[in-house]
Design a binder for this molecule. Structure first.
Ligand code: ATP
Length: 315
């Protein structure tokens, strides 16, 4: 079966700016997939190519096997997009906006009305159905964008920073809705700057930078590539770094109550570390492992070399 999304060597420039510079990756059907990258990495440009708002310069993009340009209609009808910007017709009651949208995708009027009601109920703003978009609160506007993406019953739901600027409660509400849709079979493509959100929700993430994909992996796999910190509490803390060697350890630091050990793959290092310490005469009272967060790994992978150096100079 064709994947939900296939991007191969996608290219797009705006003047001298290479927004996409050979972007390639695939999203399987039914996956909850995160697209992470710093500002300007090309995420929105990629999404706009998928939905036909931007024309690519080169490469291919397919949605469920349909080329986004040659088979535009088939590809577009399978996608529901909740964009970053509020691009909504502001003068109609929101249920009408949804009905128009469904109608545009070929849904007959009676069914469009039912779907509009259903989508508004799903996101929890059915009681606002007769209100104009302008008069909704910021959080309700975000919910509405999700309802509009859902009204065409998409196989692929694309969420471009769906929780930007929303409060914790609403964020959790939106997560629940999206997780349920995914459990029911909808493929999700999520972009977010809340790395913790991607870590919690996504099966896999692509980390992109400067218009290319740097890495695709599960959040857990990415975290295991970071450096972890092991805090070892000792009954007899040393004055200086003990003379032990353990594979994988990057650094030892003496603390008041023991040692702070930095290592790649902290959990696998721990048994050897404890054995070596005990063999060297230390009594271990406690061990606390703090794993690298996805955010730390993300920052390492996308750190702009020159700019980071300049920042360090400024500090
Ligand atoms: P963000 O996280 O800030 O939303 P992004 O990863 O979505 O960023 P894009 O919006 O795709 O990034 O932008 C990629 C690059 O292309 C940026 O340098 C941006 O300034 C440029 N760009 C995007 N759209 C246009 C446009 N219409 N005209 C000129 N440059 C553009």
């Amino acid at each position: 079966m064709e994947p939900a999304i296939r991007a191969d060597d996608l290219r797009k420039s705006y003047g001298d700016v290479r927004a996409l510079d050979g972007l390639s990756f695939e999203v399987e059907r039914g996956e909850f997939f995160g697209l992470l990258g710093p500002n300007g990495a090309g995420k929105t440009t990629f999404i706009n190519i998928l939905v036909g708002l931007v024309r690519k310069d080169g490469g291919t993009a397919e949605v469920f096997g349909f080329d986004v340009e040659e088979d535009y209609r088939e590809a577009r009808d399978r996608i529901g997009l909740a964009p970053q910007e509020f691009n909504v017709d502001r003068f109609f009651p929101i249920h009408e906006v949804l009905e128009h949208k469904a109608g545009y995708h070929g849904v007959p009027p009676a069914e469009a009305a039912e779907r509009a009601a259903e989508a508004l109920k799903t996101v929890g703003i059915y009681d606002k159905r007769d209100t104009r978009f302008d008069w909704l609160s910021g959080g309700m506007k975000r919910r509405f964008l999700l309802a509009r993406a859902l009204v065409t019953d998409p196989d692929l739901l694309i969420l471009d920073e769906p929780t930007a600027g929303v409060d914790v409660q609403l964020r959790r509400d939106l997560w629940r809705v999206i997780e349920r849709l995914n459990a029911e079979g909808t493929t999700i493509l999520l972009t977010t700057h809340y790395i913790e959100e991607a870590e919690r929700l996504c099966d896999r993430v692509a980390i992109c930078d400067s218009g290319r994909v740097v890495e695709v992996a599960t959040p857990d796999d990415l975290r295991s590539r970071g450096t972890d910190q092991l805090h070892v509490t000792l009954a007899n803390p040393p004055e200086s770094v003990p003379d032990i060697t353990v594979d994988g350890v990057v650094e030892y630091r003496v603390e008041d109550d023991g040692l702070l050990v930095t290592a790649g793959g902290g959990r696998s290092v721990a048994p050897d570390l404890l054995r070596e310490l005990e063999a060297a005469g230390y009594e271990v009272l406690d061990l606390d492992i703090r794993r690298a967060s996805l955010e730390e790994v993300f920052v390492d992978m996308t750190r702009p070399g020159e700019e980071a150096e300049q920042l360090e100079v400024l500090q």
